[in-house]
Design a protein around this ligand. Structure first.
Ligand code: NFS
Length: 676
């Protein structure tokens, strides 16, 4: 008789992430381990247990009506000439992928622009003097943006040109700004801030945005069942909405925030989880709008509030930030960065966060579950962003009683300090940084004290010390190793003399890695870029703020065009864009306005159109013929960086400045040979 084998079933061990495979950051590795010891799951573990849908990933799943979802994966034996894939209504793979792609643009443009609208509303209420908490702070910037919104800054009286009253200008700027979202007739006012040649390309192709809201609404209309079924025409609308984001909603958000809270100038701070302090009340601010966080910064510095914290046994109050709110309060106040998008749960795992205050965008719903395992108060503040979990406390923030709201939140955090129940474990890692660059400070630093223009930057590009400029931006994505792509791409670029402008979570990743210090130039840069950075005392990676501040990159590129010697349009410049670990719809909107502003742009991680090769080829090749910029995808970070460098070299050659660079390199090696 055959022996009956006893099968002993072992209790299945929950699958968890390997911390070393999940992130390059030691502090994050420590906190992932800590979470696993405590039995708390994080996004890194969920990445192991929850696999992405392979068809959705390719961009060819249509669920825009109740007959679907119609799923059109790329067949193994795909033959472009005989691609008969279609949905119930007959929608082709190209149509479906294009619909999905521009719906992502709509989502991203809506998020940035609604943030901008919120700022514009507060701006108007400050201009009307309806609030004490907010004032027009940076009048120089106000005067600079006013003409772009059609607001006069001077008035002629009896043949004399007089300055207009600042309050009057502010009021008109506020009203004109708000109108950009929904005006009837005309076109987006800021489109004319682009170089003239760029504006003409947009005009010729019929993609000048009419107003911000309309372009987003029209995407939703065109992608409804049975409307636009031509991927090129769908992309035209995607382009309008993306331009309305970059040169509209985002740019207005940046400008109005600068006027209200001050234009950033370089300042020193620190980054990574090690900025939390065991003996302080830790308040972590997370989200995107600086409207609330600016008030929290003010309240947390009030002597009576600091005294109140001390009365509870703390040594003081430590504010820090996650995601783009972090970048906003860093660039204006030097508030340290606690971490990237993927570190939001890990911050709470330290057991040291007395309150996490969130507003809008990029907030994991799971932070409420993690907070529930600790004493941490999770406070939501925005009417459009609440959470279903019972422990999420909603304190609705309103600009009319902003200071009171902020004080209530800060006091709640202080009162919570003595409730810490778990052992506090704060990783020691933190890096010094210099942040707060912008169009104005680049002009000052690279233009020299006496000549505040972009001429010197252009000169260094022409003579080849600086090979080109890269905008490396965007999110972290739990599907790829945290920060690995960001850091590898940026290091490869600066090693090859490409100066990097950064925003968003790439900026936080670079900060954590120590790339935002002037000293890093000598360690990581090629000889040309190192020389420039050392001479003027700037880091090789310039932190330009949050994701809406990508508008600063557009304007910096425009200034480079204006300074002369490098062509007539952004598409002539030796410039490239990148988002190595993108994940959000906002990143797609950013990518597309950067591409249609004339910049070659490479994305890492995944690309959401792989299931529709013909449409993808349109994005990767055909768009260059229209806009001078196009999309590309490369998951390998070194190849990713080299695609950008090759493009920069192509542009240098077209400008006839490739020889200059070779000469500089020869001079350098000659010098080395002599020294040897
Ligand atoms: Ni940008 Fe900012 Fe980060 Fe991505 Fe989210 S924080 S707006 S979307 S994840 S960079």
């Amino acid at each position: 008789m055959a022996e009956v084998k006893k099968v002993v079933k072992k209790a299945a061990k929950p699958k968890v992430a390997d911390p070393v495979a999940a992130t390059i950051d030691k502090a994050s590795q420590q906190m992932i381990r800590r979470a696993q010891e405590l039995g708390i799951d994080t996004c890194f573990d969920r990445n192991v247990t929850l696999k992405p849908c392979n068809i959705g990933n390719q961009g060819t799943c249509c669920k825009n009506c109740g007959m679907g979802p119609c799923r059109l994966p790329l067949p193994k034996d795909y033959d472009e000439k005989n691609d008969n894939r279609k949905g119930i209504c007959g929608a082709s793979a190209n149509t479906i992928a294009a619909r999905n792609f521009i719906r992502m643009i709509a989502g991203g443009a809506a998020a940035h622009s609604d943030h901008g609208r919120g700022v514009a509303e507060v701006f108007l209420s400050a201009a009307r003097k309806e609030t004490d908490a907010y004032r027009i702070k940076d009048t120089r910037k106000l005067l600079e943006i006013a003409p772009h919104l059609g607001v006069e800054t001077t008035v002629e009286k009896d043949g004399e040109v007089l300055d207009r009253d600042i309050d009057e200008i502010a009021l008109e700027v506020g009203e004109a700004a708000i109108a950009e979202w929904g005006k009837v007739g005309g076109e987006l006012s800021y489109a004319k801030r682009a170089p003239e040649a760029r504006y003409e390309i947009w005009k010729k192709n019929g993609v000048l945005p009419r107003n911000i809201d309309r372009e987003i609404v029209e995407i939703m209309h065109r992608t409804h069942i049975g409307v636009d079924q031509d991927y090129k025409n769908l992309m035209k609308q995607g382009t309008r909405a993306a331009i309305a984001d970059g040169w509209g909603g985002s740019m207005l958000a940046t400008d109005l925030q600068d006027v209200l809270f001050g234009t950033p100038y370089p300042l020193a701070s620190e980054a990574n989880l090690g900025v939390l302090k065991a003996d302080h009340v830790n308040i972590v601010i997370h989200g995107h709008e600086p409207i609330l966080s600016e008030m929290i910064v003010v309240v947390a510095q009030k002597p009576e509030i600091v005294e109140y914290a001390k009365s509870k046994g703390a040594k003081g109050i430590q504010l820090s930030g996650i995601c783009c709110t972090a970048n906003e309060i860093l660039q204006r106040h030097g508030v340290p960065l606690c971490g990237t998008f993927l570190q939001q749960e890990l911050a709470i795992i330290t057991g040291a966060v007395d309150a996490m205050v969130v507003d809008i965008q990029c907030i994991f719903q799971n932070v409420a579950n993690v907070a529930n395992c600790f004493h941490t108060k999770l406070i939501t503040t925005h009417p459009i962003a609440k959470m279903e979990q019972d422990n999420a406390i909603h304190i609705e923030f309103d600009e009319h009683h902003a200071m009171e709201d902020a004080e209530k939140i800060v006091r709640m955090a202080i009162d919570n300090y003595e409730n810490r129940k778990a052992e506090v474990m704060i990783p020691h890692q933190k890096s010094p940084i210099v942040a707060g660059f912008g169009v104005e400070s680049i002009e000052y630093h690279l233009g020299g004290t006496f000549r505040g223009t972009y001429y010197t930057l252009n000169d260094n590009i022409i003579n080849g010390r600086i090979r080109g400029i890269a905008g490396v931006v965007g999110c972290n994505n739990a599907r790829v190793k945290h920060n690995e792509g960001h850091i590898a791409v940026v290091k490869e670029l600066i090693k090859n003399d490409v100066i990097v402008l950064t925003t968003g979570c790439n900026a936080i990743a670079c900060a954590m890695e120590g790339l935002l210090t002037p000293e890093s130039a000598a360690v990581y840069c090629g000889p040309g870029l190192a020389e420039v950075c050392e001479t003027v005392g700037i880091p090789p990676v310039l932190h330009l703020g949050s994701c809406v501040d990508n508008s600063r990159i557009l304007l910096a590129a425009t200034e480079v065009v204006k300074a002369g010697g490098l062509g007539n349009d952004i598409s002539d410049l030796p410039v490239a864009g990148s988002a190595p670990e993108w994940m959000s719809e906002k990143a797609i909107s950013i990518g597309h306005y950067v591409v249609t502003s004339g910049i070659y742009t490479v994305f890492g991680a995944v690309f959401p159109t792989a299931g529709a090769p013909v449409f993808q080829r349109y994005l990767f090749e055909e768009l260059e013929k229209i806009y001078g910029g196009m999309w590309d995808f490369e998951a390998d970070p070194i190849k990713h960086a080299w695609k950008m460098i090759d493009h920069i070299d192509k542009k240098r050659k077209a400008l006839g400045i490739d020889k200059a660079r070779e000469r500089v390199m020869m001079d350098f090696s000659d010098r080395q040979a002599l020294e040897g």
